[in-house]
Design a binder for this molecule. Sequence first.
Ligand code: CUA
Length: 333
Amino acid sequence: MQSWIPFVPESASTESANVDALYFYLSGVTVFFTLLISGVIIFFVIRYRRRTPHEIPRPIAGSHMLETLWSVIPFVISMSFFVWGAGLYFRQSRTPKNALEVYVVGKQWMWKIQHATGQREINELHVPVGRKIKLIMTTEDVIHDFFVPAFRVKTDVVPGRYTVLWFEATTPGKYHLFCAEYCGMNHSSMIGSIVVMEPTAFNDWLNGNVNQQSAAASGQQLYQTLGCASCHGANGEGGRGPALLGVFNSNVQLSSGTVQANESYIRESILTPNAKLVNGFGPIMPTFQGVVNEEQVVQLMTYIKSLSSQPNAAPAAAPSQGTTKPPVQELPR
Ligand code: CUA
């Protein structure tokens, strides 16, 4: 549905109406004060104009009342911008726990998408309506920016780290995806679409694309061929590297301090293994920088995550992932 106000993109996510409301409030306040101040200027220019060539105005002593008012009122107005904006920002930055995870790798000049169930897409992302989607994003080269105007979401995609963006689409349809960070010659053609589908249609779409193995299975294959298993048995076999079972999202004891084993930590441990040494292990792991690309890192990551969500492996993993039942049953959590 197109908005009745020109240039406003259609609104198709749970957050877009809130972003619009703040935006219209900001615009309203701006328009109000622009009119008020220009009106007062014109009024004063006429009312207090010089009437004779040598007229001297009456001296003004000042007014505490006025000064207080013109300090307090703008303060209250600016704080309303801050509080409202910060509230929206926090809601957008806190990713919901029970979201469907999708990996995004930016590359000059395309968007590569990897679903946990193995489906891959380029410049297209299929998602079900009414489900929180969490995008875990990185890039193989320069900074890109994942921007979906209809959802009012936009997040930089930065080399060397993961950034996260979430949304919940409310209306089935096809929406523009843009790269919103100048990234070289074909930046303007780094575009795509988000296809929002009814849950049943989405399941059909998933089932129609099952010829690829799941991301975790590809990761397990890599794990074998790269020889990870010789040091990092899932259950600690090998012994030269820390066990991987249940490691995801756990608190890892380092030689100094602890770290939460999130996506960035796992990625760093694959590409720069000596950056954070697990307590009791030496700096013996070679770097896999240049050996695996970002998509393969993502596959290894989903494999390591799948080790965590096995029952009775990690109490912190699967059961705590929110209480609402996902509408799409086929997807592994
Ligand atoms: Cu990628 Cu601009």
